[in-house]
Design a protein around this ligand. Structure first.
Ligand code: DQQ
Length: 542
């Protein structure tokens, strides 16, 4: 049955049981990383939401504490929804979160909570001061779509934060609220930004260093005197269930954000082209980096989730920074995950002929980390992009997935594959020559789970994104984190990422295999492939 316990993830974050969704208020305090998250203590479907709380020294081994925030005051009695942490000038973290205060409609207000004991590095107890709620909707704001306060940033004596909402004309909107004392907040009349996308959930807004520097910036770093600082605005699209971002400039006097790409709010650059939602970043002062957390839901049925007793994971935390081009972010699994690597296998300079595949032997791969560098000797056979599909990676991949016989590619990995390969999830690239001559070759990255399981009733969408990389030298890399029911992939050093959930019926535990494949008409060389078995970290007592 699909409820095989061997499908439960080994090293992705999850509690012992029950439903989880959005990551909340990630923070670092006195040597400990904290993650809070939306959690149903009573079952494996969404409901009864509290803020569960776990702590870690390394973002990999986790210890579960008791829930940090639960309904207890009139302004959060019917739900403690998503929010963020802000570090006060004295170093104390403060949490702002959305409370639902009516049983009949989802009327939303914003509350604050402070650590009861600042000398406790585990921040076990949180107090809700009596002046809650501290932000209420008003002045034409839609009170039932008004949630998910961001980390606040400070400049010129004022704190500011964003709250996600939607206007009467279905524009997603990020309202700015300002405060001197973190108690009295007033809304800036014009929103920071808005776009015709529907509701913006879980906004995130932060500075990044320009020019491809990996170093992260604290959220309050101001742009003044640092001309090269850029800003990222991310929103989670309720209607389409994905996170998209733009890169731009922030004018803090006008309290306005302007994307560099005027079409950015239509093009929808995504952190991840797969199953990844309601994400949130934080600045890690210990290693001076910005880290991204995102939630990945299940793709089985909720009846299966109830039978399993659990639903939802957090993706492996990713370091995020601005690409040298300034046009997109790069993401890479935090380096700490490499501490889980065990037994390994290597391939070097192996040519995969058209229609051929090669098994990676000598290790178990149900729970593995694979890093592969490909080289395509010639791109001469690359297909022309179909102008009708041009620009739509999802349609291009969705048409025939990994089953298509292309010119250059599909080539890549079959992961969580059965010995007879009836079950397999394909993660691959295809290379196209540009549509109207000139320009650089176009690279498509795709995950095709349509053959991932013989079990019926699974949601198995193909996921795809273009990779903005120069492949004219024929080289491209792929890293995939495999974790029993997770396939989390990073193309071209983190330019395009795709997380997918799959539930094999044969390729489980010791029966899961790993292959390199080439379904195109051109040779593809594996210059180097490294694969490691991944150990199981401490995971919340599971
Ligand atoms: N999940 C929370 C909301 C948020 C949504 C409720 C996004 O605060 O808008 O569990 O997944």
């Amino acid at each position: 049955s699909i409820v095989d316990p061997l499908l439960r993830t080994g090293y992705h974050f999850q509690p012992r049981k029950n439903w989880i969704n959005d990551p909340n208020a990630p923070l670092y305090y006195k040597g400990w990383y904290h993650i809070f998250y939306q959690y149903n203590p009573k079952g494996a479907v969404w409901g009864n939401i509290v803020w569960a709380h776990s702590v870690s020294r390394d973002l990999i081994n986790w210890v579960a504490l008791k829930p940090a925030i639960e309904p207890s005051i009139p302004s959060d009695k019917y739900g403690c929804w998503s929010g963020s942490a802000t570090t006060m000038p004295d170093g104390t973290p403060t949490i702002m979160y959305t409370g639902v205060n009516r049983p009949d409609v989802n009327y939303q207000v914003q509350n604050v909570a402070y650590p009861r004991n600042r000398s406790d590095p585990l921040l076990r107890e949180w107090a809700k001061p009596s002046h809650n709620p501290i932000i209420v909707p008003g002045g034409g704001v839609n009170a039932t779509q008004f949630r998910d306060p961001t980390t606040a940033w400070r400049a010129g004596g004022h704190w500011r934060l964003l709250i996600g909402s939607v206007t009467g004309s279905a524009r997603g909107v990020a309202y700015v609220y300002r405060s001197r004392d973190f108690k009295r907040w007033t809304r800036v009349p014009r929103p920071l930004h808005s776009a015709a996308t529907g509701m913006w959930e879980c906004p995130d807004f932060y500075p990044v260093e320009a020019a491809g520097r990996r170093e992260g910036l604290e959220t309050s770093v101001s742009g003044s005197g640092r001309a090269r600082v850029k800003y990222v605005l991310k929103n989670s699209l309720d209607l389409r269930r994905y996170d998209y971002y733009t890169i731009g400039t922030y004018d803090r006097r006008a309290e306005r954000y302007v994307p560099d790409d005027p079409a950015g709010d239509e093009r929808h650059l995504r952190y991840d082209y797969g199953n990844f939602y309601a994400s949130k970043t934080f600045y890690d002062p210990a290693k001076r980096r910005r880290i991204l957390w995102g939630w990945a839901n299940e793709s089985d049925t909720s009846a299966d989730d109830v039978a399993k007793g659990w639903a939802g994971i957090q993706a492996i935390p990713r370091t995020v920074w601005l690409d040298r081009s300034g046009k997109q972010l790069l993401q890479w699994p935090i380096e700490e995950v490499e501490a889980l690597r065990g037994k390994s296998a290597t391939l070097k300079d192996r040519v995969i002929k058209p229609g051929q595949h090669l098994e990676v032997m000598g290790l178990q791969t149900a729970q593995a980390d694979v890093d592969v560098s490909f080289e395509v000797p010639t791109l001469a056979g690359a297909e022309r992009l179909d102008p009708a599909l041009d620009g739509d990676a999802q349609r291009l991949c969705g048409a025939r997935g990994a089953a298509v016989e292309g010119g250059v590619g599909p080539f890549g990995l079959w992961v969580l594959a059965s010995a007879d390969r009836r079950e397999r999830t394909a993660v691959f690239f295809r290379v196209f020559s540009p549509a109207r001559g000139g320009g650089k070759p176009v690279v498509l990255m795709c995950t095709d789970p349509t053959k991932s399981s013989l079990n019926p009733n699974l949601y198995q969408p193909t996921f795809a994104g273009f990779v903005d990389t120069d492949i004219s030298n024929g080289k491209i890399s792929l890293r995939t984190l495999i974790d029993r029911s997770v396939v989390e992939s990073f193309g071209a050093g983190g330019k395009t990422c795709i997380l997918s959930r799959v539930y094999p019926s044969l390729a489980i535990g010791k029966n899961a295999r790993l292959y390199v494949f080439n379904s195109g008409k051109a040779d593809v060389k594996v210059s180097r492939l490294m694969a490691w078995e991944m150990k199981k970290p401490l995971m919340n007592g599971a």
